[in-house]
Design a protein around this ligand. Structure first.
Ligand SMILES: NC(=O)c1ccc[n+]([C@@H]2O[C@H](COP(=O)([O-])OP(=O)(O)OC[C@H]3O[C@@H](n4cnc5c(N)ncnc54)[C@H](O)[C@@H]3O)[C@@H](O)[C@H]2O)c1
Length: 335
């Protein structure tokens, strides 16, 4: 099988490529990635010589046409993925998440190629902290930020292309991922690398916001489950019952690093900061028989800390630029 993975030099895409090369020797993998600040060629070093890497933009119609013409399956991870950046400048979010997805869909439609679309639970907006409800596939879309609204728009394009043009597509919406190779701008790696470089971690608002954490390997095993067994045209929510508030995450990172769990600072909350996300993955579990492997967030976090500790050369070059970008956007947003 000839597989085209977009965004394969990013966090989840790189882990997906590693897993695919290891588990599926019959799959011939090509990665298309623009190598934005979030893409890192070094994340594909473990599979060097075993995949084809193409440096380019998913919104480039000629390039995409040529690559999709030679694929049996497209798995679309490429995105602008950071909420905070989308508040500072939504432009690349519209380009990549909307125009880029549209460009892929048109090519996939031309060649009738099977397509799997990677999305987020953030398209559903947020839940109240004291609400026992969880997101399901039937929850109405209610995105809060330019990031989540452009992801929601891309999901709707896929649904329309299925309905109008008979595209052979599936969609998955996953909760917050953690694990190796995640850019240091994201919440968990930022806290870990702050602690490892002797900087006090920062927490937005009161830290009561809840995220539903899932290990990246569990997300990717679910993606393969949907590709193998999912019904065409369906959406599957991916989550592993990992609800944890941000304050607990920071305290646990500090504790696992042998520090005082209270050694962090509170900073002004960001606008529109979603309160709580929680996924009900019943459809994926009951219809497709998927189960997560990482059931203990604390031990998954400990393994992730170990990875960052032993891969300083991977993340250190990004760290200074990331913290400078945070300072700039906090100034723009008046934080
Ligand atoms: N990180 C999470 O917790 C999470 C949760 C649910 C869903 N998702 C979704 O999973 C996907 C991957 O997220 P991630 O965290 O790995 O993101 P990431 O930011 O780590 O990686 C994105 C990758 O896409 C590439 N890219 C960006 N614009 C491109 C373009 N125009 N053309 C080609 N490549 C381009 C980047 O270079 C990078 O390698 C996204 O679609 C995201 O919405 C992420």
């Amino acid at each position: 099988m000839r597989l085209l993975v977009t965004g394969g030099a990013g966090f989840i895409g790189a882990n997906f490529v590693h897993r695919t090369v290891a588990d599926r020797p019959d799959v011939d993998v090509t990665v298309l990635d623009k190598l934005t600040y979030a893409g890192n060629r070094a994340s594909l070093d473990p599979v060097a010589g075993k995949i084809t890497f193409v440096h380019g933009d998913i919104a480039d119609p000629e390039l995409v046409d040529r690559l999709v013409a030679n694929a049996d399956l497209v798995v679309h991870f490429a995105a602008e993925s950071h909420n905070d950046n989308s508040l500072a400048d939504p432009t690349p979010f519209v380009h990549t998440n909307l125009v880029g997805t549209f460009t892929l869909l048109e090519a996939v439609r031309r060649y009738d190629v099977r397509y799997h679309h990677i999305s987020t639970d953030e398209v559903y907006g947020d839940l109240a902290l004291d609400d026992p409800a969880k997101f399901t596939e039937a929850t109405p879309y209610n995105p809060s930020s330019p990031y989540s609204s452009t992801k929601a728009g891309s999901d709707l394009l896929v649904r329309a292309w299925v309905r109008s043009f008979g595209l052979r597509a599936t969609i998955s919406n996953c909760s917050n991922n953690y694990g190796p190779y995640q850019h240091v701008e994201k919440f968990i790696p930022r806290q870990i690398t702050n602690v490892l470089t002797g900087v006090r971690p920062k927490l937005y608002g009161s830290g009561a916001n809840v995220r539903d954490w899932i290990h990246v390997d569990d997300h990717n095993s679910a993606v393969w489950t949907v590709i193998d067994k999912g019904r065409i045209g369906e959406t599957y929510l991916i989550g592993a019952d990992g609800e944890t508030d941000n304050r607990t995450v920071v305290e646990t990172v500090l504790e696992l690093c042998g520090m005082d769990p209270e050694a962090f600072d509170f900073v002004t909350d960001r606008p529109g900061h979603d309160l709580r996300y929680a996924i009900d993955a019943t459809r994926l579990r009951t219809e497709l028989g998927w189960e997560p492997q990482y059931r203990d967030f604390r031990s998954g976090l400990a393994a992730t800390i170990e990875w960052y500790r032993s891969h300083e050369t991977w993340w250190m070059p990004q760290k200074t630029a990331t913290e400078a970008a945070y300072e700039r956007s906090e100034r723009i947003l008046g934080g």
